[in-house]
Design a protein around this ligand. Sequence first.
Ligand code: M6R
Length: 598
Amino acid sequence: MCGIIGAVTKSAIEPVLEGLGRLEYRGYDSSGISILSNNEIQTIKAEGKLSKLKQRLSVQPIDGDCCIGHTRWATHGRANVTNAHPHQCGQVSVVHNGIIENYLNLKQQLIQWGHHFNSSTDSEVIPHLINHYLAQKMRQEEAIEKAISQLKGSYALGILINGASNNLYAIKQDSPLVISQGNSGAYMASDAMALGADSGKVYYPKDNELIKLNANEIKSCSRSINKKIHFINNKQCTKIVSKGDHSSFMEKEIFEQVDLLKRLSVNNHTSEYSIINFKDLNKITIIACGTSYYAASVAKSWFEKYANISVEIDIASEYRYRSPIVMDNELAIFVSQSGETADTLAALRYAKSKKAQTLALVNVVNSSIARESNFTFEIYAGPEIGVASTKAFTCQLAIFYKMALEAAKQRSFLKETELADLSNNFVQLPYIMEKILQRCSAMKKMAKKLSNYKNILFLGRGMLTPIAQEGALKLKEISYIHAEAYAAGELKHGPIALLDEQMPVLVIAPKNTLTDKLLSNIKEVQARNAPLFIIGDKSIKEHINLQDDEFFELPLIPESILPVISVIPMQLLALYSAQTLGKNVDQPRNLAKSVTVE
Ligand code: M6R
């Protein structure tokens, strides 16, 4: 993953540090900058969060007008200062996002040529290679292109070369990169959100298009052919997002969901989705990772139940290597908050190569997945900063719900009155959600009790199985409590062997057509002395004796919108459990917001 940024402007360190703050969602194992000052490259790095780097810079201030920066999510080599970027060799300093797959061979070759390496990263071979070709008297562009031609893998690079003029170069393959022209400078970054206010115009370079940025111009200069760059307006929000009165971005984003859903339900017409011809579709395939995959699982039930369309769902990292069959008239939907997830992007490219119609459901509209798909639908969640996805999930569900209703309409599968009821449920949704959030203190009590355990099983049924999975994912991501989820009917096929006094089970048991079946599963758990936690209908309490901190009541909720509502207590439970355990909920260990490596 990692975030990279570069600036050619007066006091270039300022936009670079500001941008690194916005890129920290891509990794925060270490950070560093290189700056050209007085004809010399100075590099400062620090292990851990960006605040550590800022501390170092406050005691050792440096400045210049050409700067690159990096925030790291470790792949090759431990998270320490030596492995932090930028990596430098002679007059060349490089920041890299991606993975160089053939770095061991290249390193061996460079060592034979007399180079010495400091880090265990794959990235360090890049400045060494460029430096090697510069030493052979190649021009800067030539040396970079010669070096790049030997790399296998993915990369977005910012390259500083100390030479006659201050130049910053940028080049990419399969990793995101944006170039920007502002009023007072030129910039490059992993994404447009990282660019500050001086970034009205942006350009997304093609793979292996070398971009040269300096004080006078930005030019595309691959293979010595200079091309003019056509910038487009930057649609991305460049305002700094604050967490307001909330204790964390995650908390803010959980509570923001009511307003977002109100906004999405006001215009409860589905016509904007009518550009898709659902009538003639043979099949929909939905591909995603992590939380976005669980949104796809819920969407499958909606499309099948309300529109009678056959839906397959797949995890992107599996789909891309599975040789899946793409049918005639198949719509392949790629769900991604960031729009940059490497596995999802690769799966999209596969589906396109097999002539599927492709649709991106994204939060970041300028993202690679959005740009490469035939159609793009935005989820309108606004910037999601917490690494654990919350509001993006409910907004993905909201758009899927609208799409399923549009599909139902086009395929005339439901009666008018049924369709009207389903639309009406969507309008009620944010108000029910609001009432649940108002009872968040009850969830704090449950979290306090649950956080005493090391492991937990989550159970759900039907459309709530993906919600149990999402709840388990949230809990493990930020509290580090080991949580796994099952369709409740699967319990007896194996996981029941785990149950004892130390293995609590959390069940989502609202009032719906499967409540009685679920009650039998709950009884099975109780009979094995496993501690029970229930998020469910009050009738459950008539059958099972539970204390107040073991039960969170769900009101009567229309069945169609149950998944969107039931995830809220799950998000709160994860948040409060992590807080009880004193964890950093916005930046959990080992994770990054945008997973741009395989
Ligand atoms: O940006 P994407 O939606 O493609 O990201 C997919 C997953 O990496 C993401 O949902 C991840 O699982 C989150 N950390 C979940 O909270």
